[in-house]
Design a protein around this ligand. Structure first.
Ligand SMILES: [Mn+2]
Length: 433
């Protein structure tokens, strides 16, 4: 089996991690546990992202351990041993010998994990593990007095993507972009949201990829539910459909949203809102500059959205009042744009590193190699009783989301091959029939 990265890239990550840990430290990273779907059927397995990051192990059992008790870093991978009876049912395992080609110093059977780990723990002064991934490891560690979470050290590393990681993220964004385009081409009034979902996810699968999160396909006012997931309604003629979907390449996620008229023609009110969201999205992308404060893209997006709502007569106040508190930006524009303007993207779709507004650990400024989404939206939920919804825009939900790489030469839109101009969308929708 080929690993996504050269051994040296993994060992370099391990070394950079240990350079930040005190002597006599040990780190224990289990992969995710299998989760039962029903009776003896498991959910499709997804390896833990920290495991993928540190050593690339993607089988459904395994623990990565590393320590610096001697002069060098010793890394150990505990894996399921070969077992013919199990392999007849579940497939051939890599095994302890096979795992020697992974970027670790030693491999062991996971059956010896507990005895081996207790020996190493005795000689360790600092124990690092991520709680909540594996119950058995949490149990082994529960009597240790001082235990630290390594995520505040690893997450800032994961935030900056290497050239190979960027290559996978570009592939992921390109497949995601083409899947959206394919779904636009194959859209027609009266179609089920599930049929559009099938176009998108079928495209992922056909590209030997898979979704990075369950696809959101909301027709009409279902688009005003931010994480709508039932995808079981028909999209009526005259309605927009909002599709928020992304795929994975070597574990790296894309996350793209497009909103298009199912008939192929925007109505005037739909066009007014779409143009405003698109203007905000383009300005948000342009704000992704090296050295810019992390919050600046949200500020730029918010100002355009708030001013646009005033210009359309939806808000009757001055810009300052529409934006609310100067740092919180919590004014009445938030009635129609209630989420953040973007988040980091990587091995996790909402990637680590404090990439959502207000998260602790968010970086002060954007740096070259960061990948984030820009995704403004406007939602006029006709089902809401708590705010007044302008009649002209009632039932409209629009979000536009791209994946953006920050570079010293400015922002690079990884999902740039996904159509978003009104004229492009109007010419593409339904053209596959
Ligand atoms: Mn997103």
């Amino acid at each position: 089996m080929d690993l996504p990265f050269e051994s040296s890239e993994y060992t370099n990550r391990q070394e950079r991690l240990f350079a930040q840990l005190p002597d006599s430290s040990i780190i224990i990273i289990p992969t995710n546990e299998k989760k039962i779907r029903s009776n003896d059927v498991a959910y499709p397995f997804r390896p833990n992202s920290y495991m993928l990051y540190l050593c690339g192990w993607s089988e459904d059992e395994g623990v990565f351990v590393a320590h610096n008790q001697g002069r060098e870093i010793v890394s150990i991978l505990f894996v399921p041993p070969r077992d013919t009876n199990k392999e007849i049912w579940e497939g051939i395992r890599i095994g302890v010998d096979g795992a020697k080609s992974w970027p670790v110093s030693v491999t062991h059977s996971i059956e010896n994990f507990e005895s081996e780990i207790r020996k190493i723990l005795k000689q360790s002064n600092h124990v690092f593990t991520i709680p909540g991934i594996s119950k058995s490891i949490d149990d082994i560690c529960k009597d240790i007095d001082e235990i630290s979470d390594p995520r505040p050290i690893i997450d800032p590393m994961r935030r900056i993507k290497s050239s190979k990681e960027i290559q996978y993220m570009q592939e992921s964004a390109s497949i995601g972009s083409q899947a959206h385009k394919y779904a636009m081409e194959n859209s027609a009034p009266g179609m089920g949201e599930w049929e559009i979902q099938s176009s998108i996810e079928g495209y992922f699968m056909n590209s030997k990829s898979t979704w990075s999160f369950p696809s959101i396909v909301g027709g009409g006012s279902n688009a005003t539910v931010l994480h709508y997931k039932s995808n079981d309604c028909q999209v009526k003629n005259g309605d927009l459909v909002l599709v928020d979907a992304g795929c994975e390449v070597k574990g790296y996620a894309s996350d793209i949203t497009r909103t298009w008229p199912i008939s192929g023609r925007f109505t005037k009110p739909q066009r007014e809102i779409y143009e405003l969201v698109l203007k905000a999205e383009k300005a948000g992308i342009e704000a992704c500059q090296v050295g810019s404060p992390w919050s600046s893209m949200h500020r730029v997006v918010s100002e355009i959205i708030a001013q646009g709502l005033i210009d359309l007569g939806i808000l009757d106040c001055h810009l300052k009042e529409a934006l609310g508190d100067e740092t919180k930006l919590d004014g009445p524009f938030r009635n129609f744009f209630m989420h953040g303007s973007g988040h980091f993207l990587g091995l996790d779709v909402h990637d680590v590193g404090g990439g959502r507004q207000g998260d602790p650990g968010a970086p002060e400024t954007l740096e070259s190699g960061m990948v984030l989404t820009i995704e403004p939206g406007l939602y006029f939920a006709d089902w809401r009783g708590d705010i007044e919804i302008p009649e002209r825009y009632s039932g409209i939900g629009i979000r536009i989301e791209d994946d953006v790489l920050v570079t010293n030469d400015g922002p690079v839109v990884l999902s740039s091959s996904c159509p978003k101009e009104i004229s492009e969308i109007e010419s593409i929708v339904g053209s596959g029939f």
